[in-house]
Design a protein around this ligand. Structure first.
Ligand SMILES: O=C(O)C1=C[C@@H](OP(=O)(O)O)[C@@H](O)[C@H](O)C1
Ligand SMILES: C=C(OP(=O)(O)O)C(=O)O
Length: 453
């Protein structure tokens, strides 16, 4: 855990005074936006991202691509293609036009603490015609990157790092990369696999990535990578459509420019759904996709098991998820290995439940924005909770909680998790709620609006 250098302000998390009844328009998916930016930058023609997420992680991705020469023009979209009719009203009619170009160095990339930027861009940098320096927040030096660095070296790239297989580093782009077969251990982050696949159509021989090692986390995010590659014309062989287990192959090919409307971020819908569960209220999320690779879709099942119920409805503007709490919150025993980023929000709800919970399969969360297992244990326990860390997760035994400071360790999902607890527990103060800017800059305002403030 790394605490902020400065001691940021405390935000009094609002207590819910009754059942929440709200419709919450959730901004675009971080994971889809950053994949779409990379694919559009590597395409052979311009493309559009409509309703992209505008947050720290996506602006860092955009700035990095622009530093390498990609044109990204921000406009307010005049098209309503795929968007809901209330786009103009919500200000979500924003669109980014991406104009690919030769990739150039020297350039500097600030990855912040964005896993997608620090993992997805080194393969892009290897295609540039000069050195690309990567640096970021102190925490980015601690997050695993060795899978990407070692694989790129094996595929022909020259990289200078300090020997730890981590940031900071310089990728000496040679204008092209040979590519071909490579073995990696991606058990610490699925993003290693996604990173190599996303740029692979531009490698001379494409790529064959073979995962060797422990369980691969976050499989839906790899499916998202595969789906989005196929949607821009790439040829991908992968385990789920009959390929060899743990092997992905992407052929060399040109990529199409696409006009893509970004889905709402379903993981960022989590605190709002949790609010319905915790207060026995009802929250509607417009534009919830009928089919998606986003891991947040699993919340329909998980939060139903924890006491709510939900319905995917069709409205004149598209589909919406209506989630209703029953007033009871039940504990859960669940493996979250596929959907690790949902863990903080599930832990928050579990701390308020009427029975214990066991969250499993998420040891790799120790290397996320912060050590999430340690952070959740410490912060819930400091409010009077009874949480213990296991080898790969958390045991949560609900107890009456009291107010206090909930530290966030520069982790957006710690801030939203603390806010969920604050709905039910008086006087919870969130340290550095501004850290939600990583993926949801308007969180405090959205939260207040949901509560009718
Ligand atoms: O590819 C992606 O967009 C992501 C993959 C997952 O990473 P890990 O596999 O490192 O958990 C997830 O936790 C992260 O929030 C986003
Ligand atoms: C793990 C996360 O982010 P990152 O993309 O930085 O890995 C997350 O958003 O929960």
């Amino acid at each position: 855990m790394t605490e902020s250098a400065v001691h940021p302000a405390l935000w009094p998390a609002p207590l819910a005074t009754g059942a929440v009844e709200a419709t919450v328009t959730v901004p675009g998916s971080k994971s889809v936006t950053n994949r779409a930016l990379v694919l559009a930058a590597l395409a052979s023609e311009p493309g559009w991202l409509r309703r992209p997420l505008r947050s720290r992680d996506t602006l860092l991705m955009s700035a990095a691509l622009q530093a390498m020469g990609v044109g990204i023009e921000e406009t307010v979209s005049s098209s309503t293609a795929g968007g809901s009719a209330d786009e103009a009203a919500t200000g979500s009619g924003e669109a980014w036009r991406v104009i690919p170009s030769g990739l150039h160095g020297p350039a500097t990339v600030d990855v912040g603490n964005a896993g997608t930027v620090m993992r997805f861009l080194p393969p892009v940098a290897a295609l540039a015609d000069g050195p690309i320096r990567f640096d970021g927040d102190p925490r980015s030096y601690e997050r695993p990157l060795n899978g990407v660095i070692d694989a790129l070296r094996a595929l022909g790239a020259r990289i200078d790092d300090d020997g730890r297989g981590a940031l900071p580093m310089t990728v000496h782009g040679g204008g092209a990369l040979e590519g071909g077969p490579v073995r990696i251990d991606a058990s610490s982050s699925s993003q290693f696999v996604s990173a190599l696949l996303l740029s692979a159509p531009r490698f001379n021989q494409g790529v064959e990535v073979r995962h060797v090692g422990g369980r691969l986390p976050s499989m839906p995010h790899i499916r998202m990578t595969v789906d989005m590659l196929r949607a821009v014309g790439a040829q991908v062989d992968e385990p789920e459509t009959g390929g060899e287990p743990d092997v992905w192959r992407v052929s060399h090919s040109a990529l199409l420019g696409r006009d893509l409307t970004i889905e709402p971020d379903l993981s960022n819908a989590q605190p709002f759904l949790a609010a319905a569960l915790v207060t026995g209220g009802r929250v509607t999320i417009p534009d919830w996709p009928e089919r998606t690779t986003q891991p947040g879709d699993a919340l329909r099942e998980i939060f139903t098991e924890m006491g709510g119920s939900c319905e995917l409805t069709t409205t004149p503007n598209g589909t919406a998820l209506v989630f209703t709490g029953s007033g009871r919150i039940h504990g859960i025993d669940v493996d979250l290995g596929e959907v690790g980023e949902l863990t903080p929000g599930i832990a928050a709800v579990a701390a308020l439940a009427d029975s214990p919970s066991t969250l499993r399969g998420v040891a790799h969360l120790r290397l996320h924005e912060t050590d999430r297992l340690a952070a959740l244990t410490k912060e819930i326990n400091e409010l009077g909770g009874d949480v213990t860390e296991t080898e790969d997760g958390l045991h949560i035994r609900p107890r009456p909680l009291h107010g206090g400071v909930f530290r966030t360790y520069d982790d957006h999902r710690m801030a939203t998790a603390g806010s969920v607890i604050g709905l039910a527990v008086k006087d919870v103060q969130i340290e550095n709620v501004a850290t939600t800017a990583k993926t949801l800059p308007d969180f405090p305002q959205m939260w207040a609006e949901m509560l009718g403030a």
